[in-house]
Design a protein around this ligand. Structure first.
Ligand SMILES: Cc1ncc(COP(=O)(O)O)c(C=O)c1O
Length: 419
């Protein structure tokens, strides 16, 4: 008998657990069996303390829990609460607010912002430009919304941003589609930790302006995914590039996907925004109208209590300082862990792609799945990707970060990986 298929063809999906969650589940079992010291679990994309517990900022959760129930329970405005929209712009840009027409629309985390950018700024069937090393959910969001993806290699031969590859892909897509949306996840890219430098941004900007002026009928949308920005660079210096990305022609729009998931340990509270820096007021209004409409058509509105928490933190100096102190405390811990891993990897000759900042470090290899399986036998859990392995210093103590490179190199040798 023919299998009953009730969903439409394009919605037929394979079941089963996401491979990352499957490995993470196995790691948890081993912790129960052998104790936390014996297991290196670097599969988690969240900040964990040295005992393997999820980090939560006291300033955030004390504020949230102090809110009246009827405020937590209430709906928010469709675009987000007006005060929140002001404060989330501050949280995004801090002292580096660019010139231009800035509007924000609240979204459930960065994922919602990315979804709105894809759906409102590309045509059905268009390809969205991504880097080869990338967060896999971009592809899911694109596919679920009937968009395709195109990719270019993130790195050039010197391990810097591959500007030539980027240019080539943008021009090709413009020729085909007359509009292009490119996603640059920087600073502290997932999964590599790469940060596009200010010099590289200047080159990207020059190319975008030149192309937009040469093709006035085309449209270029730059989506910068800031998911890890608050764990990059010294103080707020990682935001300097935002000032560079201004003064764009009428047919270029810069969008930022900002999320409180990592920055304020609010992962499950689904709190973020899509923010535009538009060349004209009309384009900014059009942005706000489209994204607010998309909110209504997808999830209605965001999490009121989470919005109010951020609003209060950014309205009270003492609370703000407390939140920043917690953030920078963990930023330092993350830096020390990553330094330990990188130092040890360099010492023993374990190859990494260029790492600058953030939650993840990537190790290129030919047989990621086999190496990851071999590592599991040694109670070490890393995520296999298409082009290598992802190690997560955000989730592993400094001592384990120092131990891991040797284990990884050994596993690569054992499976005969030629890197
Ligand atoms: C690169 C990247 N962008 C965006 C996000 C968005 O996360 P959220 O929707 O939880 O804010 C994530 C989360 O893992 C990410 O890794």
């Amino acid at each position: 008998m023919k299998k009953a298929e009730m969903v439409i063809q394009t919605s037929l999906r394979k079941g089963g657990t996401d491979p990352i969650f499957k490995i993470a589940g196995e790691a948890e079992k081993r912790v129960k069996e052998f104790g936390p010291e014996a297991v290196i679990n670097s599969t988690i994309g969240a900040l964990m303390d040295d005992n393997g517990e999820l980090v939560t900022f006291k300033a955030v959760y004390d504020t949230l829990k102090s809110l009246p129930n009827n405020m937590i329970a209430n709906y928010s405005g469709l675009a987000g609460q007006p005060e929140f929209l002001e404060k989330i712009v501050d949280a995004c840009f801090k002292a580096y607010k660019p010139e231009g027409f800035i509007r924000a629309v609240a979204t459930p985390g960065g994922t919602g912002a990315i979804r709105h950018a894809f759906c409102n700024y590309t045509e059905l069937g268009d390809a969205i430009l991504l880097t080869d090393w990338r967060w896999s959910a971009y592809e899911t969001i694109a596919d679920d919304n009937h968009r395709k993806i195109a990719t270019f290699p993130l790195y050039n031969e010197k391990g810097g941003f591959n500007l030539e590859g980027y240019k080539k892909s943008v021009l090709e897509l413009l020729q085909k589609q007359k509009r292009v949306l490119t996603v640059l996840n920087t600073p502290a890219h997932n999964p590599t930790g790469y940060t596009i430098s200010n010099e590289e941004w200047k080159e990207i900007k020059a190319f975008i302006i030149e192309t937009a002026e040469a093709q006035p009928e085309s449209k270029i949308i730059l989506l910068v995914d800031l998911a890890y920005i608050d764990f990059a660079g010294k103080a707020d210096e990682a935001r300097k590039f935002m000032k560079i990305l201004t003064g764009m022609p009428h047919n270029v729009l810069t969008l930022y996907a900002y999320t409180c998931s990592k920055s304020y340990t609010m992962y499950g509270l689904r709190n973020g925004a899509i923010i535009c820096v538009a060349p004209t007021a009309e384009i900014a209004t059009e942005f706000a109208n489209s994204c607010t409409y998309s909110n209504r058509g997808n999830w209605s509105n965001g999490t009121r209590g989470a919005m109010e928490t951020i609003t209060r933190i950014f309205s009270d100096e003492e609370l703000y300082n407390q939140a920043m102190a917690e953030q920078s405390f963990y930023k330092c811990i993350l830096r020390r862990r990553a330094d330990a891993f990188v130092e040890e990897a360099n010492k023993i000759g374990l190859k990494m792609v260029t790492y600058c900042d953030g939650f993840f470090i990537s190790l290129p290899c030919d047989h990621p799945k086999e190496v990851s399986d071999r590592l599991m036998e040694k109670n070490t859990f890393v995520v296999p990707l298409g082009k290598g392995l992802r190690f997560a210093p955000c989730a592993v103590s400094e001592e384990k970060c120092r131990r891991a490179p040797q284990l990884i190199l050994q596993a690569m040798k054992e499976v005969g990986d030629g890197c």
